[in-house]
Design a protein around this ligand. Structure first.
Ligand SMILES: Nc1ncnc2c1ncn2[C@@H]1O[C@H](COP(=O)(O)OP(=O)(O)OP(=O)(O)O)[C@@H](O)[C@H]1O
Ligand SMILES: [Mg+2]
Length: 267
C-alpha cells in the first residue's frame, strides 16, 4: 500500500493496550523539514503514538505511512534506516564507551564495519552535543542527563528521514535543554522531520514549527503557537493559565489547577 507525498502520514489510527483504548482516532501529517511538538497530560498517549510512528506498536486500525509506504510493510532494518527513535527511558544496557554507543546509530547503514565517514560523523555529533570529553567513558557510568544526550546523539547518527524523540530534554539542565533543541532545529533545517513529545509548553512554542495537543485519545488542537490559549490549556490539562505574547514569543504562565474538570488523569 502506498500513499501521499507527506513524509509522515498517520491515518485514522487507533490503538489499545489489551482492552484499554489509548488512541482513538489520530490523523496527523508531518512534512519534511518540520519540527512538531507533541504535548498533552501524563497518560494521554504521547509515548504510545511515538511508538506507532516507528513501528514498535502496530495500530489496531489505521496506518502510518512513511514516504508513502505503510510502515507495517517495512522490515525492522528498513525502519531503522528511516526513523531514529529516542525512548522516554533508555532501558538497554550498553557495555560500551560513549563513542561506541553513538556509533551504534550507524549500524543500520554500515556494512560489516564502520568507515571513516561514520567515525567522523560520531566525532562531529559528540562535539555538537558537548559530549567530546565523555567519549571514552563507559555509557553505564554516566549521569541521567549525560545518558539522555548520548541517546539523542545515537539517533542523530542514524541520519534518518524522521527523528522521533520522547521527552528529549526531561533530564537536562536549562543550558543543555536549549542546546539539544537547537541541535534538533538544525536537523530540521537539514530536511528531516522531527517529532518530539515534550511537557514544557514554553520550550514547545519556542522551538517547534507546530504543536499538537493530545487529549482523550485524539489530537485536540494542532497548529502554530496560537493553539496554546487559556481555553485549550484548560480543556487539555485542567489548568488555568495566562498566555502572553512577549517580543514575538508565546509565554505560558500556569496559574492553578481547576478542581472539577474532565482532563486526563495519570492512570
Ligand atoms: N505497556 C503498556 N501496557 C498497558 N498500558 C500501557 C502500556 N504503556 C502505556 N500504557 C497506558 O497507556 C496510556 C498512555 O500511556 P503513554 O505512555 O503513551 O502516555 P504519555 O502521554 O506518554 O504519558 P507521560 O507524559 O507520563 O509520558 C496510559 O494510561 C498508560 O498507563
Ligand atoms: Mg510518555
Amino acid at each position: 500500500m502506498t500513499r501521499s507525498e507527506r513524509l509522515v502520514d498517520v491515518e485514522t489510527l487507533r490503538f489499545a493496550y489489551d482492552d484499554t483504548p489509548v488512541l482513538s482516532r489520530i490523523d496527523l501529517a508531518i512534512d519534511e523539514a518540520e519540527l512538531l511538538a507533541l504535548v498533552g497530560p501524563n497518560g494521554s498517549g504521547k509515548s504510545t503514538l511515538l511508538k506507532c510512528l516507528n513501528g514498535i506498536h502496530e495500530p489496531d486500525a489505521g496506518e502510518v505511512f512513511l514516504d508513502g509506504t505503510a510502515i507495517s510493510e517495512l522490515s525492522r532494518p528498513e525502519i531503522a534506516r528511516r526513523v531514529g527513535y529516542v525512548p522516554q527511558r533508555e532501558r538497554g544496557r550498553y557495555p560500551a564507551t560513549v563513542f561506541d554507543t553513538v556509533l551504534l546509530g550507524r549500524r543500520p547503514h554500515a556494512s560489516w564495519r564502520p568507515v571513516d565517514e561514520d567515525l567522523q560523523l560520531v566525532t562531529r555529533l559528540l562535539d555538537r552535543l558537548d559530549l567530546s570529553e565523555l567519549s571514552d567513558r563507559p555509557f553505564e557510568g554516566l549521569s541521567g542527563g549525560q545518558r539522555q544526550k548520548v541517546t539523542i546523539a545515537r539517533a542523530l547518527a542514524q541520519q534518518p528521514r524522521l527523528l522521533v524523540l520522547d521527552e528529549p530534554t526531561s533530564d537536562l539542565d536549562v543550558r543543555h535543554q536549549l542546546e539539544v533543541l537547537e541541535a534538533l532545529r538544525e536537523e530540521r533545517d537539514r530536511g528531516r522531520a522531527v517529532v518530539m513529545a515534550i511537557h514544557d509548553l514554553n520550550l514547545a512554542t519556542r522551538f517547534a514549527d507546530r504543536i499538537a495537543m493530545l487529549h482523550d485519545g485524539r489530537i485536540h488542537a494542532i497548529g502554530g503557537s496560537d493553539v496554546l490559549t487559556p481555553e485549550t490549556i484548560e480543556e487539555v490539562y485542567g489548568v488555568r493559565a495566562e498566555v502572553e505574547r512577549r517580543n514575538g514569543r508565546t509565554v505560558v504562565l500556569p496559574d492553578a489547577p481547576i478542581a472539577t474538570t474532565s482532563h486526563d488523569a495519570v492512570h
